[in-house]
Design a binder for this molecule. Structure first.
Ligand code: CUA
Length: 316
């Protein structure tokens, strides 16, 4: 999944990409003009005899005024352009509701090293994978549970920090259906580079389907391995960090909510594709898969790992 800021999928990201091209065109033009002039001067004023000396010039008020004023004017122009894009690119969260569908509200909590997504109006809590409906403004409250992280969906909008103790806001309207890669863009510890997430922009119908699936509790494991896995999950310390709605009580939130883990595409915030083999590998030794993450090695037996894997994979 290539995620380039130059391939925008929201009006805000498009405004930022246009600014990028405009600034680079200006810079490119200046670069070419300076290089051409330099080459021309080298040729025009080259030494024609070995003993030739150039004229010594000590100052020229008009020239010095010119090369001070020209960059100052240019930078003022660029500042004004940037300010205009900043003001224009982001829908005002409070005004976004006016006319049309209400915005989708999302609370994002940055954790070392994963993302918690809550959609309070839809009763959804999930991790590392977010769904949004196309064409509707999405308004984000950005929080952090430990250190500063930065929420960045390159094709949908610019970066914004998640800061412990305060709430930042961000808003955009996705205009293209698809899967969009997101990353943490602020160094936050050993696994900062493995703090990925995916935002699926769905058709309105698919979004409703997703919300319905997220709201349903997974059917309780009847018997066999999954039932044994469920028992293990509830009797060990798994549930002091992870919630499985409909099974564990109280609902812990130190680690990712696992209610629908079987339906997610990756494990450990993008480190591994979500397959039973990888799930077993993770349970066997989380630190080997993602050194520095906060999940301890539970020293599970191979039998327990097989049971937990069967249970977790069944949570669609
Ligand atoms: Cu979280 Cu970098």
């Amino acid at each position: 999944m290539i995620s380039s800021v130059l391939d925008p999928a929201s009006p805000g990201a498009a405004a930022i990409a246009s600014l990028f091209w405009l600034l680079h065109s200006i810079a490119g033009f200046i670069c070419l003009a300076v290089l051409t002039a330099a080459l021309w001067f080298v040729y025009r004023f080259r030494a024609r005899t070995p003993a030739a000396q150039g004229a010594l010039i000590y100052g020229d008020t008009r020239l010095e005024l010119a090369w001070t004023a020209a960059p100052a004017l240019l930078l003022t122009f660029i500042f004004a352009l940037t300010l205009a894009v900043m003001l224009r690119s982001e829908p005002d969260p409070s005004a976004a509701a006016a006319g049309g569908d209400p915005p989708v509200r999302v609370t994002v909590v940055g954790h070392q090293y994963w993302w918690e997504f809550r959609l309070p109006d839809h009763g959804v809590i999930t991790a590392n994978e977010l769904h949004l409906p196309v064409g509707r403004p999405a308004v984000f409250d950005l929080l952090a549970s430990d250190v500063i992280h930065s929420f960045w969906l390159p094709r949908l909008f610019g970066k914004r920090d998640l800061i412990p103790g305060r709430t930042n806001q961000l808003a955009f309207t996705p205009t293209e259906v698809g899967a969009f890669q997101g990353v943490c863009a602020e160094f936050c510890g050993a696994q900062h580079a493995w703090m990925h997430f995916v935002t699926f922009v769905d058709t309105p119908n698919d979004f409703v389907q997703w919300v319905r699936q997220q709201n349903a509790s997974p059917s309780p494991a009847a018997d066999g391995l999954p039932a044994r896995g469920r028992e293990l999950f509830l009797s060990t310390t798994c549930q002091s960090c992870h919630a499985i709605r409909g099974a564990s009580e109280p609902l812990a939130s130190a680690g990712p909510d696992l209610t629908h883990i079987g339906s997610r595409t990756t494990l450990a915030a993008g480190v591994l594709p979500n397959t039973p083999d990888n799930l077993a590998r993770w349970l066997r030794s989380p630190q080997e898969v993602k050194p520095g993450n906060l999940m301890p090695n539970m020293r599970l037996t191979e039998e327990d790992i097989a049971a937990l894997t069967a249970y977790l994979a069944s949570l669609k």
